[in-house]
Design a protein around this ligand. Structure first.
Ligand SMILES: Cc1cc2nc3c(=O)[nH]c(=O)nc-3n(C[C@H](O)[C@H](O)[C@H](O)COP(=O)(O)O)c2cc1C
Ligand code: SF4
Ligand code: SF4
Length: 289
């Protein structure tokens, strides 16, 4: 199947598609538009979205998603956007209240429209949103971190003294203490890992995808900002990724395919904390050239 169709009855040979295509697929010469290596198309949709005559069809893309571009007053102003960036905090106190499925779907849609290198769109999502499933994931996360902690402890015991005193050694010791405290708190009914959040979104990607890190970060942030805009708090949980990397049982509970790795996890829910102010950050370190 061809990736791109040109409707020659509609095309006015304006050359916009030739100019906008990242893969240089269109050639306008001698009053004709031709396609070169259309199979190298990355399905970014720029040509179709920019064509003034709606003369381009891309069968792989849903035409109903090529909606009118929002007006300027329909997108946040710089000040509103900055408010959103600054009001988002890592929420660790949640109301005992479920998150509506529609809101979780909106968060996934936010991730779907994040840019990806080569428009690869390789990220996959697991949404955990029922109390029973959250409980199971919570339990397996603590179990995995406790076991991982024991493995670390054994390795540290055998390590030479200079290695124990090194920065890595110190970090390991910090993790160990954290896992022990988390386990003890969990036994007392407190979840210091997933923060008793009612919902969790885990992102995973095939091991075959090289360097997905930037795509993962961008999609993650779009999810967190959408959550904020929906009145939800959220928090990225690196420790769940550590647990899932270590525990096949947890990956299986999350239905992560064998050849995939878990790359981010974001808990979310209705916040049970009100901040009185925004916070400061380190001053920017920028060299202007
Ligand atoms: C990690 C990353 C690397 C990218 N590298 C390039 C690049 O080197 N050159 C380029 O023209 N576009 C690059 N892009 C842009 C993607 O091709 C683009 O995001 C994707 O095709 C989707 O199109 P959109 O951003 O217009 O929605 C990159 C995007 C990401 C997220
Ligand atoms: S942008 Fe549309 S009208 Fe212009 S040359 Fe391309 S297909 Fe034809
Ligand atoms: S969808 Fe993107 S890559 Fe494909 S032909 Fe159009 S502009 Fe080029």
């Amino acid at each position: 199947m061809n990736t791109i169709h040109i409707n020659s009855d509609k095309c006015i040979l304006c050359g916009t598609c030739e100019e906008v295509c990242v893969r240089r697929i269109f050639s306008l010469a001698e009053n004709a538009l031709t396609l070169t290596e259309p199979e190298s198309c990355i399905l970014c949709g720029h040509c179709k979205a920019a064509c003034p005559e709606d003369a381009i069809e891309i069968p792989a893309l849903d035409p109903s998603e090529f909606l009118p571009v929002p007006q300027k007053d329909e997108i946040p102003s710089p000040a509103m956007l900055m408010n959103l960036f600054r009001v988002r905090r890592s929420t660790r106190i949640y109301k005992d209240m479920p998150v509506e499925r529609e809101k979780l779907e909106q968060i996934i849609q936010a991730a779907r429209f994040a840019p990806t290198g080569g428009n690869l769109q390789a990220l996959r999502y697991v949404v955990v949103h029922t109390p029973d499933k959250m409980k199971a994931v919570r339990g397996l996360t603590i179990k995995a971190l406790t076991q991982y902690g024991k493995t670390l402890e054994k390795a540290m015991e055998k390590a030479p003294e200079d290695q124990k005193a090194s920065m890595t050694g110190n970090r390991m010791m910090n993790y160990l203490q954290m896992f022990k405290r988390a386990e003890a708190d969990y036994e007392k009914g407190m979840d210091r890992i997933l923060w008793d959040a009612p919902a969790l979104i885990v992102t995973h990607v095939s091991n075959l995808v090289e360097n997905p890190g930037v795509d993962v970060g961008l999609a993650g942030m779009q999810m967190a900002l959408m959550a904020e805009s929906l009145g939800l708090g959220s928090c990225f949980i690196g420790l769940l990724i550590m647990a899932a990397t270590y525990s096949r049982e947890l990956r299986s509970e999350l239905m992560i395919p064998e050849n995939h790795k878990t790359v981010t996890s974001l808990v979310c829910g209705y916040p049970d904390i009100t901040y009185q102010t925004l916070v400061g950050r380190n001053k920017e370190k920028v060299r202007w050239l």
